[in-house]
Design a protein around this ligand. Structure first.
Ligand code: FE2
Ligand code: FE2
Length: 182
């Protein structure tokens, strides 16, 4: 039913490197928020969870004299741009539908307005894009602490598989409703 599962994305070395760098626990929590919001708003949950899971994969660690430097980050960060590009490349490699890959990449790009010359409110964001931005916000902690929460590999995989199952279930129900309506 889906070209690519969240578990396949999770297993990929590119994800292991970049999603883990930005915080696996945050990526998973954001995906769960996105799933719930997608269900509530009639948005494709497959796109929402994938964009939410990958939203911070463009993060780079800004250090000065061996210490994380928040000012340096604020000044130079373009993680949403880098993340959108990485997410797109990864999804296409895994065989994602190119239209879906584009939608997911755009939601990653627009999950924050921190790098933009305008505020989120000034943009005409799609519902999917708003969901990913809100899901991220819901998991945010002061001073970026959400990037440092830890989760074991086993628990992370279990949560990913569980979310995959929930997405499949929702998509199955949708198809069932559609065929019943015909
Ligand atoms: Fe972010
Ligand atoms: Fe985030």
């Amino acid at each position: 039913m889906r070209n690519v599962t969240l578990e396949q994305i999770f297993e990929h070395p590119v994800t292991q490197k970049y999603v883990k760098r930005a915080g696996l626990a945050h990526a998973i929590a954001t995906s769960y928020h996105a799933f719930r919001l997608a269900e509530k708003n009639g948005v494709n949950p497959d796109l929402a969870v994938k964009a939410a899971f990958l939203h911070d994969m463009g993060h780079y660690t800004w250090y000065r004299d061996g210490e994380w430097d928040f000012d340096l980050y604020k000044e130079n960060d373009i993680h949403a741009i880098k993340g959108a590009e990485r997410a797109h490349k990864l999804l296409i490699r895994l065989g994602e539908d190119p239209r879906h890959a584009k939608e997911i990449a755009l939601a990653v790009l627009l999950h924050t307005d921190s790098f933009l010359p305008v505020e989120h409110e000034q943009l005409n964001l799609s519902t999917l894009q708003q969901i990913v931005a809100l899901a991220d916000e819901l998991d945010e902690e002061p001073s970026g602490q959400h990037h440092y929460r830890s989760i074991s590999e086993a628990k992370a995989r279990k949560k990913i598989v569980e979310l995959d199952n929930r997405v499949d279930e929702t998509l199955r129900e949708k198809i069932h409703h559609q065929t019943n309506e015909v």
